[in-house]
Design a protein around this ligand. Structure first.
Ligand SMILES: Nc1ncnc2c1ncn2[C@@H]1O[C@@H](CSCCNC[C@@H]2Cc3ccc([N+](=O)[O-])cc3CN2)[C@@H](O)[C@H]1O
Length: 283
């Protein structure tokens, strides 16, 4: 009886390890420049349209970081990818920002922009200008925001959300981060819902008690193009599963907002049906 239970546990762990390894292999072909073109240019990033996805995301992030309950020293972005939009509001509130990603190609892309070494693959100016407008500073303050972001980002670190300790030992001060932000990462790197929920627990371990989690992700997505001819599987989530995973990991949900993609935002680079925005607090 007991040995049978042990045997089953072993099989389950083996299956999970295989699933995680298969996901890592998929990411070998991830192409940051192509990914940015697919998701961070018009129509998904059209600042003249209120119903475009990126203005919606930036609005949610602006509100979440400026309603007064979030403060502290250290903000960690989990699975930054090659994008910076997710920290344009938070960089004004935290003294230290740590960006993270699994792939060297993405960490290099971020460092290229941060060190202002030549051209990064995407011009972030319209994003900086849009968030400055949300902050009532007028778009001309965008270069000040760029300087602020460059000043507060202290590290761009490797991360693996499938490890109980996703970062290297000592990467963060012992209390942990005051706030985590993670966008479109967990569901895109997890072979199934159990792995998603486990990964959420792992990153929760990076956060101090009463710290905040800002989580943005895809609903109903089963694949996306990570580059030309690179199709990456995604675990399709619905709102109830997201809320259950948060609860299982000791997070108290403060706000859930959902964006349903209009037809002209479905451009073939994935099969996303909606996007969730979560603001939660670790108990
Ligand atoms: N084990 C790991 N631990 C941590 N990070 C890892 C791991 N493996 C890969 N990574 C890292 O995580 C990845 C994060 S980017 C994942 C893309 N997510 C799906 C994509 C995103 C997207 C964006 C915008 C819109 N929209 O409608 O506007 C829709 C969608 C839906 N499709 C990537 O950076 C990889 O490098």
């Amino acid at each position: 009886e007991e040995s049978e239970v042990m045997e089953n546990k072993g099989v389950k762990e083996k299956t999970m390890e295989d699933g995680v390894a298969a996901m890592a292999a998929c990411y070998a072909g991830f192409d940051p420049a192509a990914y940015l073109q697919y998701n961070y240019t018009a129509p998904r990033a059209d600042f003249t349209r209120r119903d475009s996805i990126v203005p919606w995301k930036l609005g949610c992030l602006h509100r979440a970081f400026t309603e007064g309950d979030i403060s502290g020293g250290l903000l960690v972005d989990v699975g930054s990818g090659p994008t910076l939009y997710q920290v344009l509001s938070g960089c004004e509130i935290f003294e230290r920002l740590v960006l993270t990603d699994f792939l060297e190609v993405n960490r290099r892309e971020l460092k290229r922009w941060l060190q202002d070494q030549g051209k990064s693959s995407l011009d972030w100016t319209p994003y900086l200008q849009h968030v400055c407008k949300l902050e009532g500073r007028g778009a001309l303050a965008w270069s000040e925001k760029a300087s602020r972001l460059r000043a507060v980002v202290s590290d761009v670190l490797p991360i693996d959300v499938h490890r109980p300790q996703p970062l290297a030992p000592g990467a963060l001060p012992s209390p942990g981060a005051d706030c985590l932000v993670s966008c479109f990462c967990l569901e895109s790197v997890s072979p199934d819902l159990d792995a998603f929920t486990r990964a959420l627990g792992h990153i929760g371990g990076l956060l101090r008690p009463k710290g905040h989690l800002i989580l943005i992700g895809a609903l109903g997505e089963s694949f996306y193009q990570g580059g030309p001819g690179v199709q990456i599987p995604v675990v399709p989530l619905d709102e109830a599963q997201v809320c259950s995973s948060l609860k299982q990991n000791g997070f108290t949900l403060m706000r859930l907002e959902v964006y349903v993609l209009p037809d002209d935002m479905r451009v073939g680079v994935d099969d996303v049906s909606g996007i969730f925005f979560v603001k939660a607090r670790k108990e």
